[in-house]
Design a protein around this ligand. Sequence first.
Ligand code: F6R
Length: 257
Amino acid sequence: MTTTTTAPMHTSSSLRVIVAVDAESAARMAAERISALIRTRPTAVLGVATGSTPSPVYRALQTLRRTEGLDLTRASAFALDEYVGIDPRRSQSYRSVIDAEVTRPLGLDPLRVAVPDGSAPDLVEAGRAYEEGIRSTGGVDLQILGIGHNGHIGFNEPGSAHDSLTRTVDLTPETREANARFFDGRIDQVPTRALTQGIGTILRAREIVLLAFGPGKAAAVARALEGAIERSSPASALRKHRAVTILLDKAAASMLG
Ligand code: F6R
């Protein structure tokens, strides 16, 4: 079901794959979809990811804010995850990343932007409260996702139950290795645990847009879309959802059959 094009994204009752000419144009499509949602529903609830992949989406949203007056002041946002035990003021915390890439540049109300509290004394309670926070807003309208090399979404590593909710998880060595680039290349500085929305939490979003760029993501994308739907392949769970768009550059799509 691969579409090779720059065709407009649509929300059908199925999974749709779009291979864009490059990452920037894929990111623009995601930003335009968000912008269209906000126009029809200014109080929309966004699910936001961190990492390298969504950064061009947030930059494209800044452009739309400047050029088309995109107004996110009444929108809410929920981040996917946070490292356990990290000081939220550190630049590597996902709280800081969301502040720097989403809340401030896009003009969201900081009171309407939530990040899991990885420093909470009671992380079980923090997970429960996060679920309740999402529920109390009426649920996520549109969730932006990246994908790990091992197929993780959020920090739901292989083996995560597809109906899991917000909880603490152990990060795999490969995920910590991949994220060492944000910690001066020092894997020993990368926290070993995270508080993450579960796969079940993610699947409750009304619409999901997953982006993946570069050859390093090709195997994970192919397995998610064409392999078995199973716990060892967290992103394969997206095929159970009704409205998923996968936005790829050519390199990330290169292993699709
Ligand atoms: C980020 C997240 C992760 C990343 C994934 C890809 O909040 O939950 O699932 O989306 O690790 O990271 P990048 O985009 O840095 O390759």
